[in-house]
Design a protein around this ligand. Structure first.
Ligand code: IPE
Ligand code: IPE
Ligand code: MG
Length: 245
């Protein structure tokens, strides 16, 4: 149900047109499973299915980018068996997605330090990157072993290396942005956090400087297209001032 016109105004209610880029913190998998008397990993499996549905939905309504938080730099603190289960799910998901990416017109990109992931996962990510470079259109960025602070420190380190190598241009916001995982991608206009918590949990700290935040108690595995519609409708009613009047 694509209610939104891409370039027009949002009907009577609001000032904003359809966002180009939505970010989602996919939270609440564990609680979803617990409510059903299932192991937490069942929640992660259900959450992976929800990602599939929502990515397709976002593409169909005309977004250009979706960025999802799948595993944070802090999530390694969880019990080893939960971490292992999440990594196995990622492998399975990617194995399946690779075959469908071209057909579905969904390009997948990974944000985060993937060098510490399993060789199998790294190989799948590499394969995905290859396909992504020759598929056009909608792009889903999956944040794995991603942390906003980690991303900023890495960008600072990369800049320091350039300076050491003779860079003389001044550091600007633009140049700094180009060193982030999100280089060349517009900042998300809207960030959605399902699962009831109202915090960023180290997600997109730089990119969300002026992002509109939307929180909902719905747990991620229960999330659907209607929830996206509601979030977009709320976003469209907002007035974005960017510090001006
Ligand atoms: C989000 O769901 C998925 C990851 C962080 C990997 P959670 O696993 O955090 O689910 P809750 O918040 O415990 O319900
Ligand atoms: C944020 O959720 C990370 C992901 C959804 C991948 P968490 O469940 O890890 O966040 P906190 O611990 O509640 O802040
Ligand atoms: Mg959580």
């Amino acid at each position: 149900m694509a209610l939104f016109k891409k370039d027009g105004k949002a009907g009577e209610t609001g000032g904003q047109s359809l966002p180009r880029h939505i970010a989602i913190i996919m939270d609440g998998n564990g609680r979803w499973a617990k409510k059903r008397g299932l192991p937490r990993t069942a929640g992660h499996a259900a959450g992976a299915e929800t990602f599939r549905t929502i990515a397709t939905y976002c593409k169909d309504i005309g977004l250009d980018y979706l960025t999802v938080y799948a595993f944070s730099t802090e999530n390694w603190k969880r019990p080893q068996e939960e971490v292992d289960a999440i990594m196995r799910l990622l492998e399975r998901y990617l194995g399946e997605a690779i075959e469908k990416m071209e057909r579905d017109g969904i390009r997948l990109k990974f944000f985060g330090d993937t060098t510490v992931l399993s060789p199998k996962l790294r190989e799948l990510i590499h394969e995905t990157d290859e396909i992504t470079t020759h598929v056009r259109g909608f792009q889903a960025n999956v944040c794995v072993n991603y942390g906003g602070r980690d991303e900023l420190v890495r960008a600072a380190q990369r800049w320091a290396e350039r300076v050491k190598a003779g860079e003389t241009a001044p550091l600007t916001e633009e140049r700094f942005s180009s060193l982030l995982y999100s280089a060349a991608i517009p900042d998300p206009e809207l960030l959605i956090r399902p699962g009831g918590e109202q915090r960023l949990s180290n997600f997109l700290l730089w990119q969300s400087a002026y992002t509109e935040l939307y929180f909902t108690d719905t747990l991620w595995p229960d999330f659907d297209g209607e929830e996206i519609d509601r979030a977009i409708a709320a976003y469209q009613r907002r007035e974005r001032r960017f510090g001006g009047l």
